[in-house]
Design a protein around this ligand. Structure first.
Ligand code: NAD
Ligand code: TYD
Length: 338
């Protein structure tokens, strides 16, 4: 099989490429990535020498490049996106361009190339925000109610993907998953930011009262979920993917990480809340478990130990990503004193 992976130099995309090359040694992979601030070819050092792997430095909004990249491709796995909510609040335009227009360009190219599968990677954030204290969870039948420029642009992309299935018969599948964590995550997101700030002896910024709740999914479990959907998923269907059964709020997450790293809670600094900050996400992942036999490999605490270990051992990787553009973003987001 030949796969086109978009956004393969990013966090989840690069984990997926490494996962796929290890588990499917016969397959070929073409990675189309624009290399924004979040794209990092260092993640793919072990894949690069392989004749089964090809990198194309391109924007998914470039129809000509997409047409060439799709020659001989059976399956598209679409990760490329602008992904950070805080940046979407600062500069929403880039999110509309890549997540909406880019997804449309890719759908057009995939339809023309008659691919056998178009898998779209999306987020639970399209469903909006649940109340604190409620036991409700998002599922495949939850109505869309996005509230940030990021989630609104991902919701639009999901609608386009479904429209291409219903209108043109493009064989699509969609996964809406929760917050990922693991190796190679850009340190703007909560877990790698917390671990790397602790390693740098900096404060850990927690927004608002820290009681916001996310569902947490290890990136390897996410790759396994996409794998099972590609192999056994039903065309036209959506699968929700989450990692937890019980709520963990941001305070609890940060406390766990601080504890694992042998520090005390004085490392925390409560900072100004995010605008429009979604309170609670929780995913009901019964469908993918029941129909496709997927469940997480390990529990949160086990995966967090592995994650702290990875960032502790791979300081060269994240220290490079934290220099340059990241510095000016950090000052804009958190102020210069941090
Ligand atoms: P990321 O920000 O780490 O990587 C995104 C990648 O896309 C980068 O390599 C970047 O260079 C590339 N890219 C951006 N714009 C592009 C364009 N116009 N053309 C080509 N490439 C472009 O993102 P991630 O965390 O790996 O997320 C991957 C996908 O998973 C996204 O679609 C995201 O919405 C979805 N998702 C992520 C999470 C999460 O917690 N990280 C959770 C749910 C869903
Ligand atoms: P984030 O990793 O940005 O993912 P998302 O916004 O897509 O869920 O944030 C996860 C949670 O952590 C969210 O409730 C916001 C909060 N957060 C902080 O408290 N401090 C931070 O510095 C960051 C980046 C996030």
């Amino acid at each position: 099989m030949k796969l086109l992976v978009t956004g393969g130099a990013g966090f989840i995309g690069s984990n997926f490429i490494l996962y796929w090359m290890k588990n499917y040694p016969e397959d070929e992979i073409v990675n189309v990535d624009k290399l924004t601030y979040a794209g990092n070819l260092d993640n793919l050092k072990s894949a690069t020498p392989s004749p089964r792997y090809k990198f194309i430095h391109s924007d998914i909004c470039d129809a000509v490049a997409l047409r060439e990249a799709l020659v001989g491709v059976d399956t598209v796995v679409h990760f490329a996106a602008e992904t950070h909510v805080d940046r979407s609040i600062m500069e929403p335009g880039a999110f509309v361009r890549t997540n909406v227009v880019g997804t449309h360009m890719l759908l057009e190219a995939a339809l023309e190339a008659r691919v056998g599968r178009f898998h779209h990677v999306s987020t639970d954030e399209v469903f909006g925000s649940l109340e604190l204290g409620s036991t409700k969870k998002f599922s495949e039948t939850t109505c869309y109610d996005p509230r940030s420029p990021y989630s609104a642009s991902k919701a639009a992309s999901d609608h386009l993907v479904r429209a291409y299935f219903h209108t043109y018969g493009l064989p699509v599948t969609i996964t809406n998953c929760s917050n990922n964590y693991g190796p190679y995550q850009f340190p703007e997101k909560l877990i790698p930011l917390t671990i790397t700030n602790i390693l740098e002896e900096k404060k850990v910024p927690v927004y608002g009262d820290g009681k916001n709740i996310r569902d947490w999914l290890h990136v390897e479990d996410h790759c396994r979920a996409i794998d099972v959907v590609l192999r056994k998923g039903k065309i036209g269907e959506t699968y929700c993917v989450g990692g937890l059964r019980q709520d963990v709020d941001n305070n609890a997450m940060v406390h766990k990480l601080i504890g694992l790293m042998g520090k005390d809670l004085s490392a925390i600094e409560f900072v100004k809340d995010r605008q429009g900050h979604d309170r609670r996400y929780a995913i009901d992942w019964t469908k993918i478990q029941r129909e496709l036999g997927w469940s997480p490999l390990h529990d949160l605490d086990t995966w967090l130990v592995a994650t702290v270990e990875w960032y502790t051992k791979n300081q060269d990787w994240w220290r490079r990503t934290k220099s340059g553009e990241y510095q000016s973003y950090y000052e804009k987001q958190y102020g210069a004193k941090q």
